[in-house]
Design a protein. Structure first.
Lengths: 150, 150, 150, 150, 150, 150
């Protein structure tokens, strides 16, 4: 059976920290699907379609990585793309406590779904989408935080 | 003097994790009052009155446990129901840091008010009201997370 | 049924932080038994018998609190003194993670044993027996850390 | 070169916990600038100008401490007031994880900017502006949490 | 290239918590090598050879899992068994902080070595080898903590 | 008054992580004294005198930084070298919890002693003296972890 991992998130925007996890994680799996969650209630800074396009261009030569958008429950979407694994990055203990709860909830909804964690490279661990949005908001150049230009 | 504990929360909804703390805590106290805090500024998923009714039906044969709704400051409401203790569950270190601040603040407002903690049973610790609301929002059956059907 | 709590520890020495938990905890219970664990493999600074004597003198007018020494498993000793509760203090997240594991292990060995936690008063939370021993070792006066003189 | 620290925050309101850090920090620096960040998107309880006035009156005899309001990026404002240091208080591990990310981001934007931390005095560590706002909201007297009356 | 993971530890003894990680992890890899580290300076309760025998008997029908003993640096041993991954379990934030440092150190020594984490199932997270040793020391039956009888 | 900071530790060995804190901290102070604590009960890998020599050679052109050895209580030694500040690095939440207790204890012993913290640069945060000792023990080259060759 092919080993497929879903890497879910809102990716508003997709950062070098996310790319670090996807690329290191891709050595573990046959395929990594970057799932961009659409939530009509949350206002975004960078549209889902822009992000989808940027990520897919960035990984166009990597046959193991592709981005897809989705709505609804992450665990259900994992089933739709035949992912038996969720891939998640851990930056610090706050992440750990949050991800621990979410991983147990996901196993409860779909008991075959295993969440696999990689610790974000230390020099990238401070990068969060919210920090990047705030810098962008104040007209700072954010490209050094992203794997591609925006 | 009777030992009365207030177990305060928004209970939107009341979960098996909450029931675990109330029931284990009730062995410590003569009475446990489940206080459902009403906050008109926060939109709820499950109305206070529905929750009040469900909890009181669920515990109707347990003379030590009852639910009441309240507005205003928790420490003040504790006085109104003659509770000299607050009962709280701890799931993880994030809870601990938050509860630590709140417990000190409550002792400051009402210095006789002691907060007593029980650690949530590990198999229930991942259940949070917000996870349950999200699953409900996506049309999942949430009854396995609750002590009663909704 | 009488509510009896065991407050176990090595108490080498018993500090103001310990006294804070015992005294605040004694409002919850009919009786608090301070159990001084003897472990022949661990070298102590202050003998078990000295500590037993000091604690019992200190609480001689408090009929709810008494100290006893024990060897062997804490959960077993709780049964011997008819304690259905363990009382523990929490100072910080490191304590929380440790106590969480121990509380689950104790419930596994003796499933009626409930562990109840109180958060140490902030101005005493820095006091640990090991800090006190180190100061004592360097000939500092340690009486301001203890409820009695040594 | 003069050692100037910026102590940034929204200070809604400025508490005894903030004053503790500013005053203990002022022994380290030649000047501490309390920067009150204005963010038109966030509704405040206490206006920036009221807070500015209260803080400056409170420290009017301390030539090393003064308050200023600002908009925009904190790291940029630090440059404007010639601050080569940010001063921050740490209350607990949740603060630590958050401040760690922010400090790295600030060094990325302005690599000469060093963040210096002091741990909040334990008896004040429970005071947060949000707890104070909630008490105020419920008509409690909040002056015991503040260095001045409001 | 075959995906081989090393699951290193002292396994004194190997617990149900370890078995949980090995078995869930084995779905990710072609092979999981349980590496029992021998350290002549540390006195063991259960000999390396006993543990090796017990684990290999337990997994004798699982062609993906086998146990081996080793001395020396874990990262070097990973190379010897052609493991490009280390598999580790996380029980709580204390584990996370420790494993984070070790994972970075291992990448430093052998930059192709990726550490992959799975969170221990909550009902097993309290089981540590040290708790089991303590219970064993007090003549408790420890078989309910282990995947096999000892 | 001159601002003098003591940076205390056992430095067995002094690492790039220590150097990072000393050098970044030296911008804050007029003088940073690296205090190498001698504890005859603890067996060292690298002798105090070797370390003293190496550190002082390394900083021989930096007039603000020097190393000294000491025995006894850190807070007392701070007084001897006229240090009114302790300088400490924080790598993670485990460090934070430990340092928080120690800082309060030090203020208790010598109430003018303020502890100032800097967060270790993320790419160095995994380096601990104990990791370096373990690598050294296994005949690995450790020079990439140290500011000087050993």
């Amino acid at each position: 059976m092919k080993k497929i991992a879903l890497f879910p998130g809102s990716f508003d925007p997709f950062t070098k920290g996310h790319a670090d996890i996807v690329e290191r994680g891709s050595k573990l799996f046959d395929e990594v699907v970057i799932g961009i969650g659409e939530n009509i209630k949350k206002k975004r800074f960078f549209s889902v379609d822009l992000m989808l396009d940027k990520i897919n261009s960035y990984y166009k030569n990597n046959t193991k990585i592709r981005a897809v958008k989705y709505t609804g429950l992450t665990a259900k979407f994992a089933q739709e793309v035949n992912a038996n694994f969720l891939l998640r990055g851990l930056r610090n203990t706050t992440d750990f406590e949050f991800e621990n709860s979410v991983a147990q909830a996901n196993r409860h909804v779909f008991d075959q779904l295993e969440t696999v964690f990689i610790i974000t490279s230390p020099n990238l661990a401070f990068i969060s989408s919210s920090v990047v949005r705030e810098l962008y908001n104040y007209n700072q150049n954010i490209n050094s935080f992203l794997p591609f230009d925006l």
